[in-house]
Design a protein around this ligand. Structure first.
Ligand code: G3P
Length: 216
């Protein structure tokens, strides 16, 4: 299973990369807005690509086919690792098909139903991003969506990779792994939560206390 980090913050990306668990990065307009004052978004994206040797998702903001393709071509020039995030709309599917034919990888985003994921895969998306946390927020079990997409993709040997997105807690990651999702894109705070266990902390404390009693 691959771990991506869901942030545009370079410090968080460097820290996650340094612990050896990072396979890629996902950004979106909201995450880039949080980096206001740290340089223009293209410079930030380029710097991210220099830190992580894996897919780095950058989202288009145009909503028409021509506009999305133009932005995608521009963004894909930034670095070979850039993957274009395209929302699941009718025009979005057209764009995914066009970009696939040009050899530009896409991550179909804002996926909230299994059939949207299948449509994106059929159009040629390299990745699909179902949002589990936002479904939980709307009183639907977000992880049910992942289970369905995994089943459908296995049924038809679909090569499109599933990125579990809108991850809010460690359980989302554990369940993603159990279900066989390819990737989870995880906020930095949740990555830190994944490492921690209270019994590990107690264990270290006790060992250090006992070490004081050892003849040296
Ligand atoms: O990158 C898209 C997704 O992970 C957003 O998460 O927490 O804004 O629902 P969230």
């Amino acid at each position: 299973m691959k771990f991506f980090i869901d942030t545009a913050n370079l410090d968080e990306i460097k820290e996650a990369a340094s612990i050896g668990i990072l396979d890629g990065v996902t950004t979106n307009p909201t995450l880039l807005a949080k980096e206001k004052g740290k340089g223009d978004f293209k410079t930030i994206l380029k710097k991210i690509c220099e830190v992580v040797d894996g897919p780095v998702s950058a989202e288009v903001v145009a909503t028409d086919v021509e506009g999305m393709v133009k932005e995608a071509e521009d963004l894909s020039q930034l670095h070979k690792n850039i993957v274009i995030k395209v929302p699941i709309t009718k025009d979005g599917l057209k764009v995914i098909k066009i970009l696939d034919s040009k050899g530009i990888r896409t991550n179909c985003t804002l996926v909230f139903s299994p059939i949207q994921a299948l449509l994106a895969a059929k159009a040629g998306a390299s990745f699909v991003s179902p949002f589990v946390g936002r479904l939980d927020d709307a009183s639907h079990v977000g992880m049910d969506l992942i289970e369905d997409i995994v089943t459908i993709f296995e049924n038809y040997d679909v090569a499109t990779e599933i990125i579990v997105a809108s991850v809010r807690n460690p359980l989302h990651v554990v369940e993603s792994a159990i279900m066989g999702a390819d990737i989870a894109t995880i906020p930095f705070k949740v990555i830190e939560q994944l490492i921690k266990h209270p019994l590990t902390d107690v264990g270290i404390k006790n060992f250090l206390e006992d070490w004081k009693k050892v003849d040296k």
